[in-house]
Design a protein around this ligand. Structure first.
Ligand code: CA
Length: 222
């Protein structure tokens, strides 16, 4: 039974949503404040978050941004104003979907179901702060889908297969550039460099790719 966390300060809306979720067999939990979302997620067991954009202590956007630093679970926004919708549609916040108020609780539950199915059955695998969607051929990091070239994608995918394991340049060349006409060990370094820059652009505080002198590279996912 999937557990849904709802952050909503309007009692009437919260009640309707919780009722609709429970009627469809979900476990539903409710918090009133944005500040309660992360502590609840840290305890584990939540599969999806429904986030009201207009919360009393923090905007749902801010909560989502902080949440995305640690979690890749699906997020659905509840919005009340059209300018909020514009921001959600920008999709820079890492939200998966949104519903504009007033909305049909049945429709929301259908969206919840669809997002969960896509998240779990859609072959999205989580590796710490990375989420790999092998079906869509994309990787999410710190809440954002990365824009990668073909070889950057393959390189990152290879490193993420076994976080922490050191892969030598020759090994990476063999697995990632097997079909490349021309490549040398410098090719690996060049791509690691551009990949690092893209990851750093999303989170300047971290550098998940480790260089092991004389040995190769590994990735840290937490
Ligand atoms: Ca509200």
């Amino acid at each position: 039974m999937p557990t849904i966390l709802l952050a909503e300060d309007e009692a009437a809306i919260a009640e309707t949503v919780l009722y609709a979720l429970r009627a469809e067999g979900f476990a539903a939990e409710h918090v009133l404040l944005g500040g309660q979302v992360l502590p609840r997620l840290a305890r584990g067991g939540v599969d999806l978050v429904i986030l009201d954009v207009g919360l009393p202590d923090a905007s749902g956007f801010e909560v989502c941004r902080r949440l995305r630093e640690h979690h890749a679970l699906p997020v659905i926004f509840l919005t009340a104003r059209s300018d909020e919708i514009d921001r959600v549609l920008g999709l820079e916040l890492g939200a998966d979907d949104y519903m504009a108020k007033p909305f049909s609780p049945r429709e929301l539950v259908a969206r919840v179901r669809a997002r969960l199915r896509r998240h779990e059955g859609g072959q999205a695998r989580q590796r710490g702060r990375f989420e790999i969607d092998s079906e869509a051929h994309r990787i999410r990091y710190a809440g954002h889908w990365l824009e990668l070239t073909r070889y950057e994608h393959a390189l990152l995918g290879e490193l993420l297969r076994r976080p922490g394991a050191i892969l030598g340049r020759a090994q990476l060349l063999d697995r990632v550039w097997a079909d490349a006409l021309e490549s040398g060990e410098r090719t690996v370094d060049t791509h690691v460099k551009t990949l690092r820059a893209k990851l750093r652009a999303l989170d300047p505080a971290r550098d998940p790719i480790r260089t092991h002198r004389g040995l190769g590279y590994s990735i840290e996912v937490d």
